[in-house]
Structure formats: structure tokens, C-alpha cells
Ligand binder design. Sequence first.
Ligand code: ATP
Ligand code: MG
Length: 176
Amino acid sequence: MYIKKVIIEGFKSYREETSTEPFSPKVNVVVGANGSGKSNFFHAIRFVLSDMFQNLRSEDRGALLHEGAGHSVVSAFVEIIFDNSDNRIPVDKEEVRLRRTVASKKDEYYLDGKHVSKTEVMNLLESAGFSRSNPYYVVQQGKVINIHLIVPRICSDIILTIFACLDCIPYSNERF
Ligand code: ATP
Ligand code: MG
């Protein structure tokens, strides 16, 4: 199982629908200028996959919606399309689309276009091996140093050199 594609619309700096693909089943690194939306992109992924953003208050939801002079949005969504050819997500489909929407008053989940509850999504992700509280498959900028502590020295030096100021997704949901 790995992320094949991410579609974002109206979320933080992503006003227009933005599709990102293809992803590698191994390591994916996002590179861009300061302020170009790298952290927002990872925030969007965590918004769908982690329970860090459960039980959002109204002002939290508002902060996720794109705000801009004369073109603020009233709703947003992030959709993650997984390659599920190994059936790790127990739904018997080779491709699984998980979408979370947000508006000022509510946020909802859709699995392959069908409305589902938060609990169903969290249970499904957990049975696929995702950790609820620790989205370890996303390494944030500034946290890359942690890898240094858990991989052999020569390897970590190379990783640190490459990832020094980047965000990255280590392959699928495996730990480094
Ligand atoms: P850096 O390399 O400095 O870490 P980055 O590529 O990670 O930058 P982000 O932090 O993802 O950049 O994006 C920052 C931009 O997102 C800022 O310009 C900020 O104004 C914008 N932004 C954040 N929230 C919203 C929002 N709700 N509506 C519109 N723009 C937003
Ligand atoms: Mg950043």
C-alpha cells in the first residue's frame, strides 16, 4: 500500500484544485521555495490520515480554509488515493480513495465517494497499519535529524545532506 495521488482544493494555500502524482512506493521528497506550500501539503496529508486533527473547533476549521484577498473559500477537501494492490486496507479494492472535507461548521469523510464516519476511517487506517497518533510516515522539516539517531551513521549523513531543508514521506507507512 502506498499513496498514489493527492488532490487538494481550498485547503490553506491551495485554493485551486491541485493534484500531485505520481508518488513512488519508496521515498518521496517535496522540494520548493520558502512559502511555496510544502508544509501545507504535508499538513493536508496528516489532516486525512492522522487523528491529530479530530474534534476540530470552529476556529481550527476556519484556519484550514484558504483565505485570500477577495477569494476566500467556504469549504475545502483533501483526497488521498492509495494503491491497495496488497489489500492492506481491508476493502478488497486495488485503489482506495479517502477524502476529508472541511467547512466552517463541519468536517466529513468519504471512502470511494461514500460518506463514512470518522470512527470507520480511523478503524480502517488502524487495521491497515497506520498509527493513530504518530504519523511516522511523514517526516517534517526540522525532524529529519531524528533519522540520524536510528539509521547507520554513513546512511544518515547522506540522508541529512539531501533532506536538510525538505519535507519527505518515507516509503509507504514503514518506519525508518
Ligand atoms: P518553508 O520552506 O519556509 O517551510 P513551505 O513551503 O513549507 O515554506 P508553507 O508553510 O506550506 O510553506 O506555506 C506557507 C504559505 O501558506 C504562507 O504564504 C501562508 O500565508 C500560506 N497559508 C497558510 N495558511 C493559509 C490559509 N488558510 N489561506 C491562505 N494561505 C495560507
Ligand atoms: Mg515548511
